[in-house]
Design a protein around this ligand. Structure first.
Ligand SMILES: C[S@@+](CC[C@H](N)C(=O)[O-])C[C@H]1O[C@@H](n2cnc3c(N)ncnc32)[C@H](O)[C@@H]1O
Length: 259
């Protein structure tokens, strides 16, 4: 075993042991609940655009995108555009990696790798900022509810042109809505790729945390994931991701397509 393999083995063992560290897991949930009440996930930007994620999940997405090497990332829930810009920047790095490996150059405007974002309400100032961003040539946006047939049809038509598809669901967080999104889009996930469902953490938070929202414990993305997985054995929860992150808004939300 060489030094790199030895290090990777140590990290793997460490993550496996974290999975049984009940005290640290409990503290992490407690921490994220308190931080959530302070709107912690709104504190960050990616390349200048607000991204409504916690840094741990952003790092996990970076690792996933590098491992999967998708040519299309579909995201429901755009908000200020930070996650779209993040995904587009990761695709730019994949293009750069490919260009170095093949000794070619890829003009960003000619790149086949794209991000497709869907949001029911793309505010004018957000759309303008996304369209003016240096990553914009890789981004396409659809305005409409992610679960209406017309939008689903548009997404499927676009996805048909791509080989390796990764999905992120981060829009309306009710059970009914996320289940409908999973039924509409999860099947577009390529084998070996992921359908990532954000805000599954709502299930683990206290009932009074979302007073002005239709979701809460018992009605949220995690309950939708559990329901969906009952009849979809082609997906499994990749627990290694939540085990290593400890602090994540997506426990049981990193779904790997295994067949
Ligand atoms: C949590 S934010 C998305 C954050 C974004 N992914 C990021 O990381 O910065 C949720 C977004 O979902 C959108 N949304 C709510 N209901 C929706 C629906 N039915 N279809 C599509 N988007 C929806 C909201 O307009 C809002 O912009």
């Amino acid at each position: 075993m060489n030094k790199t393999e030895e290090f990777q083995r140590e990290v793997k063992n460490n993550i496996e042991s974290l999975a049984h560290n009940a005290e640290l897991i409990k503290l992490s949930y407690k921490w994220i609940e308190k931080a959530g009440k302070e709107r912690y996930s709104y504190n960050f930007n990616w390349l200048g655009r607000p991204i409504i994620q916690v840094p741990q999940d952003i790092v996990a997405m970076q690792e996933l995108i590098l491992a999967v090497k998708p040519d299309l990332i579909i995201e429901t829930g755009i908000a200020h555009g930070g996650s779209l810009i993040f995904s587009a920047s990761m695709l730019a790095l994949l293009d750069m990696e490919e260009a170095i490996e093949t000794g070619t150059t890829i003009n960003p405007r000619d790149s086949k790798r794209k991000v497709l974002g869907i949001d029911i309400d793309i505010r004018v100032h957000n759309r303008e900022a996304i369209e003016a961003h240096s990553m914009s040539s890789r981004i396409q946006m659809i305005q409409g509810s992610s679960i209406v047939q017309d939008v689903i049809d548009q997404v499927k038509e676009i996805a048909a042109n791509y080989k390796r598809v990764l999905i992120c669901l981060d829009s309306n967080h009710t059970h009914e809505h996320v289940l409908a999104e999973l039924k509409a889009y999860a099947d577009l996930t390529s084998v070996g790729s992921y359908c990532v469902v954000f805000d599954t953490l709502i299930e683990d938070m206290s009932a009074d945390m979302f007073p002005d929202r239709p979701w809460g414990p018992g009605n949220n993305p995690k309950t939708a994931v559990w329901e969906y997985l009952k009849t979809h054995p082609e997906f499994e929860i990749d627990k290694t991701i939540q085990n290593k992150l400890l602090i994540t808004v997506a426990p049981d939300g990193y779904l790997k397509r295994i067949r």
